[in-house]
Write a protein that binds this ligand. Structure first.
Ligand code: NDP
Ligand code: PYR
Ligand code: MG
Length: 759
């Protein structure tokens, strides 16, 4: 492979050039492939998808064009189109070289907002030819994202396409960038106590991004006379004759003749130009607490450490992900198009842009969820190193897209209405995380009847984050078990304004301890424990203490598991709590795929369940599935399908089926069967006598080995989201999370327990 001028080992900031090339080459070349949404395995599939079946939607769309949204991918499909004349800050390298960037944008559309997207590179620098090519593609797409087209052609192209096309067209380098820049600037001004109407701004660059950013910040209050814009020739002043209409709109009279002079006393530097255009010695002359947005990609106008070296008081942002404050249009375009597509907006107007900027700015001021901390390996908190949300913040889709959709409706450019914005926000969240929609009913049940949930390990940050959300979202009242000062300090670190309002239970000073010792001693005195042993356990074992809180009625359920193994935690809880009467404790894992939810049991406790136990596990798991809104279809799994091959393990499974036969449990069940006979319609068809009306969604495993292995393999190798294990059959709701659980995992189990769905 010939790499031209690239030195393979050159460090690009966290990776080498060789690694970047390997990333693009490996698995299969590039970053995109097309995945079909319908099966295409049989003659019938072929007839439906292609001729003759496809003729039916063709005729329907010909009769009513709006039906294209129903029968084709159009309504969720955005083209990322470039001619490669301004690829990042690398300049005009042509249409073909732009392809990695455009493929990348298409991937970001999918990853961040579930918008399907394809890159299109057009080999022309003639605006007329470009406009005609794109306008002709209107039937294909729901939206057009123009990218990396240099000024001034980009202005002509965008204006013409907006005029000609009835779908949203946005030049992202202009408006996407402007929206994010405005959001970041609002917050930087807020932090430094500046009024946007008084700030002095120097913009370096007078191209697509710079001109749009300047126009938007002026629309939001920055004064025209307070902005000096520079291009390669220096400040843009009324006297210059080498300018087009877009540059001259921003001309101001100034005595400064260079970027260096313009920067003297400036509050804000906005760089949308090229690598290294800002020298450290010029930064030294800016106003106190200067705001420096060096947004050229991939190398900024100044590196953050160089700027900090001369001005430690500066707030610095770049377009890159490897420094704090990534001011990059990735925070905008996926969510802006998501909102626009969802209301079938005819355009993306100023109201929608301002709504997006305000929503993004506001989000940065709120507490940051744990997923973001995990993705970035550190805690974000609104301040000089966090003025703008991080792209992996899962709230962005919900907050920004709903703000954009609402603004489209309010400003009269929406062709479809969203009636219920709460439901829309849930739908937005579930686009990225299918567990959201699966659990939405459970959340509502929990909210309707909020329970007191004991978080046994409240000194763990993950647990505390879950407890805070448990309370803030109205799912119930968390009771925090831990040393009072340690818990209060942690709450404070997590920016909780009123730590004292949480109920903390500390075994060192809890008023409940004497009654707990009394209760537990009575229970254990004939099992070899002295009163002293019991007192020590109450004081020192958080699971015993938490279980006693619940046993004595001070809480409704327990969440634990982060600091001990599952088996150890079960042993500690069992000292205080018994199985439910007539019940067998066991565990369920719930696997959530894009289009299906499957329950697996017993994945945690019973090594080799007998027939009665298998039947019990099946009944209880079916009941959990039903409580979560799934009509259970239970399969007793085996290596054998209906006796083939035979073996000594089958007897207990067959007997479990026979037990259910005798009692008519009110749900579908079948067995013994191998996973393919339970899940794959084609294999199911080989057994027409099978009583399952569709693929099984409750899988009863023959033993703990296969159950636990399957759950963990699916978690590690599959693309499914996993919830669990969920513990069933203890007299009070107790949920034991895996030691590696994240805050959302802990929260989910707390809500499931509180809602009475599991336990
Ligand atoms: N962080 C982000 O999200 C984004 C960052 N960008 C970055 O902004 C930059 C510009 O992109 P875009 O507007 O699309 O490109 P354009 O080609 O439209 O504009 C480039 C502008 O930069 C000016 N310029 C180039 N070098 C210098 C220099 N040394 N000093 C002063 N001005 C200079 C050019 O000046 P002249 O007019 O004299 O030629 C021109 O006005 C790129 O680096 C790009 O990566 C863009 C979009 C988003
Ligand atoms: C981020 C981006 O779009 C650019 O640098 O061009
Ligand atoms: Mg760009």
């Amino acid at each position: 492979m010939s790499d031209g001028t690239i030195t393979p080992e050159e460090n690009k900031g966290g990776f080498t050039a060789r690694e970047a090339l390997f990333y693009h080459e490996t698995i299969r070349p590039g970053k995109l492939e097309i995945v079909a949404t319908k099966p295409m395995t049989s003659q019938r599939d072929l007839s439906l998808a292609y001729s003759p079946g496809v003729a039916v939607p063709v005729e329907a769309i010909a009769a009513d064009p709006s039906l294209a949204a129903r029968y084709t991918a159009k309504a969720n499909l955005v083209a990322v189109i470039s001619n490669g004349t301004a690829i990042l800050g690398l300049g005009n390298l042509g249409a073909l070289a732009a392809k990695p960037v455009m493929e990348g944008k298409a991937v970001l559309f999918k990853r961040f907002a579930d918008v399907d997207s394809i890159d299109i590179e057009l080999a022309t620098e003639d605006p007329e030819a470009f406009i005609n090519a794109v306008a002709l593609m209107e039937p294909t797409f729901g939206g057009i994202n123009l990218e990396d087209i240099k000024a001034p052609e980009c202005f002509i192209i965008e204006a013409a396409l907006r005029e000609r096309m009835k779908i949203p067209v946005m030049h992202d380098d202009q408006h996407g960038t402007a929206i994010i820049t405005a959001a970041g600037l609002l917050n930087a001004c807020h932090l430094t106590g500046r009024d946007i109407r008084d700030v002095k701004v120097v913009v370096n660059g007078a191209g697509a991004a710079a001109i749009a950013c300047t126009a938007l910040i002026k629309a939001m209050g920055v004064r025209h006379d307070n902005v000096i814009m520079c291009d390669r020739s220096g400040p843009i002043t009324p006297g210059r004759h080498d300018m087009d209409q877009w540059k001259s709109a921003h001309a101001v009279a100034t005595s400064a003749t260079s970027l260096e002079e313009a920067l003297v006393g400036a509050d804000i530097f906005l760089g949308l130009s090229a690598a290294g255009a800002l020298k450290p010695e010029w930064v030294r002359k800016m106003a106190d607490r200067p705001i420096i947005f060096a947004m050229a990609n991939p190398v900024p106008e100044i590196m953050p450490d160089e700027a900090k070296a001369v001005r430690p008081d500066a707030i610095i942002a770049t377009g890159r992900s490897d420094f704090p404050n990534q001011v990059n249009n990735v925070l905008g375009f996926p969510f802006i198009f998501r909102g626009a597509l969802d209301v079938q907006a005819t355009t993306i107007n100023e109201e929608m842009k301002v709504a997006a900027a305000e929503a993004i700015a506001e989000l940065a001021r709120q507490q940051v969820p744990e997923e973001v901390a995990l993705a970035y390996g550190k805690n974000h908190k609104f301040g000089t190193d966090y003025i703008i949300p991080a792209p992996f913040d899962p709230r962005l889709i919900e907050v920004v897209s709903s703000a954009v959709a609402k603004a489209a409706m309010d400003s009269g450019v929406a062709r479809a209405r969203i009636e219920d914005f709460d439901a829309y926000r849930v739908m937005l969240r579930s686009r990225l995380n299918p567990t959201t929609s699966v659990l939405s009913g459970v959340y509502e049940i929990a909210k309707a009847n909020p329970k007191r949930m004991v978080f046994a390990e409240a000194e763990e940050e993950v647990v505390l984050r879950a407890a805070i959300q448990f309370r803030d979202f109205g799912y119930g009242i968390p009771i925090l078990v831990g040393r009072t000062k340690a818990v209060l300090d942690k709450l404070h670190q997590l920016s909780v304004g009123d730590p004292g309002s949480f109920e903390i239970q500390n075994s060192a000073d809890s008023e409940h301890v004497p009654a707990m010792v009394d209760f537990l001693y009575k229970r254990l005195q004939r099992r070899g424990y002295t009163e002293r042993d019991v007192r020590r356990m109450v004081n020192q074992d958080r699971n015993v203490f938490a279980s006693l809180l619940v046993a004595l009625g001070h809480g409704d359920g327990i969440i634990t598991g982060m600091t001990r193994t599952f088996a150890q935690t079960v042993r500690e809880v069992n000292l205080v709590l018994d199985p439910k009467e007539g019940a067998l404790p066991f565990g369920i894992h719930m696997m959530i795929g894009k289009n299906h939810t499957t329950f697996l049991a017993d994945t945690t406790i019973n090594e080799r369940p007998n027939a009665q136990e298998l039947a019990h596990i099946a009944r209880e798991t079916a009941a959990v599935a039903r409580r979560m809104g799934h009509e259970p279809r239970v399969a007793f799994l085996s290596y054998s399908t209906f006796g083939n091959p035979s073996g000594q393990w089958l007897a207990s499974i067959r007997e479990a089926v026979a037990i259910l036969d005798r009692e008519d449990p009110g749900f579908e069940y079948e067995g013994e069967m191998a996973p393919d006979a339970a899940l794959n319609p084609k294999v199911m068809a080989l057994y027409p006598f099978s009583r399952l009306s569709g693929p099984a969604n409750v899988l009863i495993m023959p033993g703990l080995q296969s159950a636990n292995l399957s759950a963990k393999l699916l978690r590690e190798l599959g693309s499914n989201a996993t919830i669990g294990p969920m513990l069933i059959g203890i007299e009070k709701p107790v949920q034991i999370v895996p030691m590696t659980a994240s805050a959302p995992d802990v929260l989910t189990l707390a809500v499931l327990a509180g809602a009475g769905v599991v336990g």
